[in-house]
Design a protein around this ligand. Structure first.
Ligand code: HEM
Ligand code: HEM
Length: 201
């Protein structure tokens, strides 16, 4: 656990902060890609080869976004495994003593639920592509981990989407809490996760 010498504010280590912001950035990119690729694939008004109006198109552009979604999703998964291993072995700075205990408890609960979903959502997504054999990523094939079963693939993707929406709600709550701490409660909780130089300002 790092200690800022000037303010004696316990902060997350540079490694913990680096991993936090890298994963946060990827999550914020991943959701718009997920919504756009499925909109393009299933909803977008398009014209097929016969000149008929259809809903949704699975062309190279849609495939490009699907490939990125899989690559980013797997990257998030492996980064979270590293982050969790680091967190479980190195711990976290002690909670800000100015924050009431029940609030600290709720924030810890939300953090651990976010970790759980950051692991579960990619695993469920991978099972979905494995059952459906949608294993292509930029022309390369990921390994299948299940037998082929398209019905199960559809069902698994519904769970993937539901779990991802819960993750999005928790992350929104987490960001709202950061805004509350910084601008309403005016405590120093957010500084614990910011680069050190902002503390010297
Ligand atoms: C934390 C990581 C991930 C997040 C937040 C996420 C989020 C989402 C969301 C919200 C959707 C639903 C979009 C919609 O229907 O409007 C979706 C769909 C999908 N995800 Fe993920 N995902 C993640 C990881 C993965 C991984 C690792 C894979 C596979 C390697 C994957 C494969 C897919 C596929 C193929 C779909 C589209 C399913 C369909 O066409 O019905 N996702 N994802
Ligand atoms: C967008 C995706 C994000 C994810 C998935 C995420 C996830 C997490 C997790 C799991 C923790 C717990 C760290 C630990 O103790 O192990 C955490 C802490 C923290 N996050 Fe995020 N975060 C995200 C975005 C943000 C944003 C945008 C902000 C600020 C505006 C933020 C500010 C913080 C702060 C200040 C802490 C430390 C809280 C404390 O010391 O108790 N996070 N985040």
């Amino acid at each position: 656990m790092a200690q800022d010498p000037k303010y004696e504010l316990p902060t997350y280590t540079p490694t913990a902060r680096g991993l936090h912001w890298l994963i946060a950035l990827l999550i914020l990119i991943q959701f718009p890609i997920a919504f756009y690729m499925t909109y393009r694939g299933y909803e977008m008004p398009a014209v097929n080869d016969k000149g008929e109006a259809v809903k949704g198109v699975f062309d190279g552009v849609t495939g490009f976004f699907y490939s990125w979604h899989k690559v980013i999703g797997l990257t998030i998964f492996f980064l979270v495994l590293i982050r969790l291993a680091y967190r479980l072995t190195r711990g976290a700075p002690r909670p800000d003593p100015s924050v009431p205990k029940p609030l600290t408890g709720i924030s810890h609960l939300v953090h651990w639920l976010i970790y759980a979903l950051l692991i579960a959502v990619p695993i469920i997504g991978y099972r979905g592509i494995s059952y459906g054999r949608y294993l292509d990523v930029f022309g390369f094939s990921l390994p299948a981990v299940t037998e082929k079963n398209e019905d199960l693939s559809k069902e698994v993707f519904e769970w993937h989407e539901r779990a991802a929406i819960v993750l999005l709600l928790l992350v929104s709550l987490h960001i709202a809490a950061a805004i509350y701490h910084r601008f309403f409660r005016k405590d120093r909780v957010v500084e614990r996760m910011l680069p050190k130089r902002s503390l010297d300002a």
